[in-house]
Ligand binder design. Structure first.
Ligand SMILES: Cc1cc2nc3c(=O)[nH]c(=O)nc-3n(C[C@H](O)[C@H](O)[C@H](O)COP(=O)(O)OP(=O)(O)OC[C@H]3O[C@@H](n4cnc5c(N)ncnc54)[C@H](O)[C@@H]3O)c2cc1C
Length: 603
């Protein structure tokens, strides 16, 4: 079983990606160039990533007091990825990019996420560099972003602190002007940063010449006080090693020190770090304090950072999705080969007959279809969102604006649906393997452990839910929600006769989501409206995936086994999954306060 036919189907039969060639930016591209990128990534993922997925899980990163040691396989994989040009695939030709549509870039990166999400493929580095391309000065782009795109430097995002996780308004890292001439540094207004950043992925390693940290910190006011709330947060480039205006290392180590490596449940191939900024371990230019260069305007740090976070959220959704796919393929293979049990006939079971393979049992097929419907549905949604990113960047103004709003509403879903349901898919993959799935002799337990992170980072499930119900469905008078509803109505209207029952079911689900959105907010305080935000997110996500499946099913006619499978997964989703939204929306609509009201001492 290979991922490629599914990717090809979604890109070419469903999303009509070659149509993008009509845009000036993509005029040099064709199906041949897209296929060449997919071929290359599929090959590198097969050769440099997949064989080492278990290695990086077992050989966790180690700190020898000076350097972080990672398996050689990680160095080789990251080198091959950088050499493929994928770090700058979407960038302009003028700066060495390929001007590849983001849809194709996202599809190509899916191969790496499936082969070894743990090794990683530069999501943070490209996200970091893209942020600088959007908000940095010309020199910041040249010195930092371009050297990330070419693989010399790598990037991080440093938001979280020990006391500031979901609540970023509590960021306490301080940034003070560095000397009287701080405004005149060609790399940007220069500050000294002091504080601790927790959970920083890829925060320390020897994979690249330098590490470019993008750090949220607060500039104190004239009285030395930090401005409360997110309005006081600014964004800084803090390189691990200082560089000159040509991007060359000056030989000075910046005052950023690894305080410790976190030992994770999964995703162990990537370091996770507690970093101390400016504590004086590496005094620089005679003083303690990490040197950082302001990006954008003071106080606009979180706004700039969201540029990176939104991309990262699509990336996280894709990672969760591909772990779901990996578990699906592994358990499908196992189910086709494991003999166990005998068929039930009206006369009972015949113990003298040979055992059947477990794929013959209806319950195993149920678990396979569940995994397929979650994972392929999530993959289709992720590529749909990637296509919206291309619309936003290259479509006509009105189309681009619609894409922007649709992305606002769909981003919490593209991040949260795979994080929850492709994790459930991994659990089902373990279940299909029985006891063997619970051992480390098979890969599925690692997929589950790797995937468990995704409901936590880049905004927890609870935070995504509050973002959706508390902000995204309300912005611009609910225009994003209306646009999404219109897209669903268009799919309902074009459903073939075979899919009329599902089309009606989707129309009903859409109506229920709309009614619950209104009921949740009808005269309510935000705390009441948002108390059941997660069930709302779950119902919203299931409605979106049902829509995606109905749409995909319209492109999957005929007797080819792959299309029979797609239609079966679509039907499964409508019959076994979509009906769940009734229970989720009930507590939203009635603003049920069972959870909110329970006193602490009753637990
Ligand atoms: C492996 C890993 C990698 C990471 N990588 C990075 C990175 O590269 N850069 C970075 O900056 N951060 C990173 N993070 C941090 C991550 O973003 C945080 O863990 C996340 O934001 C949650 O913060 P927290 O862990 O402090 O949990 P908390 O914020 O303490 O949350 C604990 C629980 O309380 C809930 N909760 C919190 N506030 C509310 C509220 N107001 N209403 C309802 N429920 C609430 C949360 O949903 C969660 O379930 C990483 C984390 C991990 C585990």
């Amino acid at each position: 079983m290979s991922l490629r036919p599914t990717i090809d189907f979604l890109l070419y039969n469903w999303l009509n990606v070659p149509e993008l060639q009509t845009r000036e930016r993509f005029a040099d591209h064709s199906r041949e160039t897209f296929d060449a990128v997919l071929d290359t990534c599929e090959r590198i993922a097969r050769v440099k990533y997949a064989p080492f997925n278990r290695t990086v899980d077992i050989e966790e990163p180690k700190f020898d007091g000076e350097k972080v040691i990672l398996p050689q396989a990680t160095h080789d994989a990251c080198k091959a990825y950088a050499e493929s040009g994928m770090l700058s695939a979407a960038q302009d030709y003028a700066i060495g990019g390929m001007q590849l549509p983001y849809t194709v870039e996202a599809a190509a990166n899916a191969f790496f996420a499936m082969a070894s999400v743990s090794i990683g493929s530069g999501m943070l580095t490209t996200g970091n560099a893209n942020l600088l391309m959007a908000h940095g000065t010309e020199l910041q782009k040249e010195v930092f972003a371009l050297n990330e795109f070419n693989g010399r430097f790598s990037g991080t995002m440093c938001l979280s602190e020990p006391q500031a996780g979901s609540s970023l308004s509590d960021v306490a890292t301080r940034a003070v002007p560095d000397g009287a001439d701080f405004q005149n540094d060609p790399l940007g207004p220069r500050y000294r940063l002091r504080g601790n950043k927790m959970w920083i992925s890829a925060g320390e390693h020897e994979l690249t010449e330098n590490i470019i940290h993008l750090v949220l910190a607060k500039i104190p006011d004239a009285n030395g006080q930090l401005v409360p709330g997110v309005k006081g947060i600014s964004l800084f480039i803090v390189p691990k090693k200082l560089v000159d205006t040509q991007g060359q290392l000056t030989g000075e180590r910046n005052d950023v020190a690894l305080a410790g490596l976190n030992h994770k449940c999964g995703w162990r191939g990537t370091t996770n770090t507690l970093l101390n900024f400016g504590e004086g371990k590496y005094p620089v230019r005679g003083e303690s304090g990490a040197i950082g260069y302001l990006v954008g305007q003071p106080g606009e740090g979180l706004k700039c950072m969201f540029h990176m976070m939104n991309e990262a959220r699509i990336g996280v959704g894709m990672a969760a999705t591909m772990l779901g796919m990996a578990g699906y393929y592994a358990s499908l293979d196992y189910a086709k080969n494991r003999p166990q049990g005998r068929p039930m006939s009206p006369a009972g079971k015949n113990p003298a007959s040979p055992q059947v393979r477990i794929i013959d049992h209806a319950d195993i097929k149920r678990m396979l279809l569940a995994q397929k419907s979650y994972s392929e549905g999530a993959l289709a949604l992720a590529l749909y969102c990637a296509r919206l990113v291309d619309e936003q960047h290259t479509g006509a103004p009105e189309v681009a604006d619609d894409a922007r709003l649709l992305l606002e509403v769909l981003t919490p879903i593209v991040k949260s649906f795979p994080s929850e349901w492709c994790l459930e898919a991994n659990s089902l993959a373990i279940q299909i393997h029985g006891g063997y799935g619970y051992t480390r002799d098979f890969p599925v337990e690692q997929y589950w452990r790797d995937n468990r992170l995704n409901m936590i980072h880049e905004g927890t499930h609870g935070i995504q839910a509050m973002d959706l119900l508390g902000r995204k469905v309300l912005i611009e008078n609910g225009k994003g929600l209306k646009l999404l509803a219109a897209r669903m109505q268009a799919t309902i209207a074009k459903a073939s006769p075979e899919w009329q029952a599902e089309a009606r079911q989707l129309a009903d689900a859409l109506q229920q989501v709309g009614a619950a959105t209104q009921a949740a907010w009808q005269g309510a305080e935000p705390a009441q409206a948002l108390a059941n935000a997660v069930p709302y997110l779950q119902a919203f996500g299931h409605t979106v995936i049902a829509w995606i499946w109905l749409d995909v099913a319209q492109s999957a006619a005929g007797d080819a086994p792959a299309n029979v499978g797609r239609r079966a997964a679509a039907r499964y989703f409508f019959r076994y999954e979509l009906p769940k939204i009734g229970a989720w929306l009930q507590v939203v609509s009635t603003r049920d306060s069972t959870c909110a009201d329970v006193p602490e001492d009753a637990f």
